[in-house]
Ligand binder design. Structure first.
Ligand code: FAD
Length: 421
């Protein structure tokens, strides 16, 4: 029999349960990726194409190939199934509403549709709170259950992928000029190896140091599944603080699985009234609010397609709590620019910050100036991303309005009130 392995956000050959099962059970295996123009790739398009090129190379090295089609995923998958006479589709289960709709449509077609784990460490529907409910709403009890949950084994890549002869693989769109982060599984594994050897042990103390940049920066690779989160969690188990972050990722995925409207609707609390202020929104997006720590974060996002977690918290809280603008505006902008931009993690974290999500203290306040002095005490992070302030010493670098003459080219504070801090 012939099987299609439908790749989605699992662009790897290591620890790929759907691929391994197909190679074990089917005589012929047709790996497929569908570039769907309806799915906005934002800044991620170039990274995605690099991931696909590497996946194709890895499959070819195993006597296989990667068929690449463009169009609607369900339509293209069924078209290929007819062409190669496939009887089964093997695919990784995903959580977003779009992915779930796709799964439902494929499951209704006249072909066997099999879902496999792999996008998270623990599958999003595996844990149920003992007190009832279909998912965990609070992180700490989820973490406790998550750490106790038995893990499936990490799978080696299949030795061969028996692709049928004469298969037309289709062209990949041309690669774009290299972006700030190289895409694909080999780059992901190399970065992970380096991180586990040299970075992991400093994580507990260093992860909030903005200028030190001491987090793994593995998020784009986890986003596209160039790395298996299960394998990473296993290899990183000596650092509980790091594994806890991987659990946060799973947490937001299981929330999204239960509440797929998370990117649009408040998860809890009645609708708040948000201000409309297009100029303020634009200043925030461009990193021109006049609050250096916020501007540094927003400019890091534009320059690198990535932002330090502490800066994400500060810039997000500034938008929703300081400027009073709708968290959905933040979701949209981050989603467009982040290489790791992901429905579950992006929306879940935005709602957490906005107080409409899973934070047990929804009225928490974030003082951006205090955060700046604590997590960027010498101002190196600000100076790195805001060149107008490159020559300003600490502590003025965080409060340039206190200088006798403001630095040339740097905007005045958008919120006007220098004493609010
Ligand atoms: P590390 O600190 O090295 O952590 C390792 C991995 O754990 C990360 O790669 C990520 O997969 C996971 N992780 C860490 N923190 C979180 C978290 N709070 N929630 C979920 N997973 C986490 N992360 C995304 O992957 N995609 C997003 O779209 C995204 N949007 C965010 C929006 C806001 C407003 C905030 C506050 C956070 C967002 N995060 C998002 C979470 C977090 O900021 C990033 O995962 C992290 O900064 C990535 O850098 P790293 O790989 O060096 O992380």
């Amino acid at each position: 029999a012939t099987a299609i392995v439908l790749f989605n956000r699992d662009l790897r050959v290591h620890d790929h349960p759907a691929l391994v099962a197909a190679c074990e059970r089917a005589e012929r295996v047709v790996p497929l990726f569908v570039l769907d123009p309806a799915v906005p790739a934002g800044n991620r398009q170039g990274f995605l194409l690099e991931c696909l090129a590497e996946l194709r190379a890895a499959l070819r090295a195993r006597d296989g190939d990667l068929v690449v089609r463009q169009g609607d995923v369900v339509h293209e998958t069924m078209k290929l199934a007819a062409e190669v006479d496939a009887t089964t589709i093997y695919a990784g289960a995903d959580v977003s509403s779009l992915a779930r709709r796709r799964e439902e449509h494929l499951a209704r077609e006249r072909i066997e549709y099999l879902r496999f784990p792999g996008v998270t460490v623990v599958p999003p529907d595996a844990l149920r709170p003992s007190g009832g409910g279909d998912h965990y709403r609070v992180f700490t009890p989820y973490w406790r259950a998550w750490t106790r949950h038995p893990r499936r084994p990490v799978l080696p890549p299949p030795r061969t992928v028996p692709t049928p002869p004469g298969l037309t693989a289709g062209r990949l769109p041309p690669l774009q000029p290299p972006g700030p982060v190289p895409g694909g599984e080999p780059a992901a594994r190399e970065r992970a190896d380096r991180w586990l050897r040299h970075g992991l042990d400093g994580y507990a103390d260093g992860h909030d140091d903005l200028a030190g940049d001491r987090t793994s920066r593995l998020s784009p690779y986890l986003r596209f599944g160039c790395l298996s989160p299960l394998e990473l969690a296993r290899r990183a188990e000596r650092s509980e603080p790091f594994v806890r972050q991987l659990c946060w990722r799973d947490f937001h995925h299981q929330v999204t699985y239960a509440f797929p409207r998370i990117c649009r609707e408040n998860y809890r609390h009645p609708e708040r009234r948000w201000r409309q202020d297009p100029d303020a929104l634009q200043a925030w997006q461009a990193g021109m609010t006049g609050l250096p720590i916020v501007d540094a974060g927003m400019r890091q996002l534009l320059a690198e397609g990535w932002m330090h977690n502490r800066a994400r918290l500060i810039t997000a809280a500034y938008l929703v709590k300081h400027l009073g603008l709708d968290w959905r505006e933040g979701v949209r902008h981050f989603f467009e620019h982040l290489l790791d931009g992901d429905v579950a993690d992006n929306s879940g974290n935005w709602q957490w910050v906005a107080g409409t999500g899973n934070d047990t203290r929804p009225n928490r306040t974030f003082n951006p100036l205090r955060q700046a002095k604590r997590y960027d005490p010498a101002g190196h992070y600000v100076r790195r991303y805001v060149p107008e302030l490159a020559g300003v010493p600490a502590p003025y670098v965080h409060e340039p309005w206190r200088l006798p003459s403001p630095p040339a080219g740097y905007p005045a504070r958008l919120d006007g009130a220098a004493d609010q801090g």
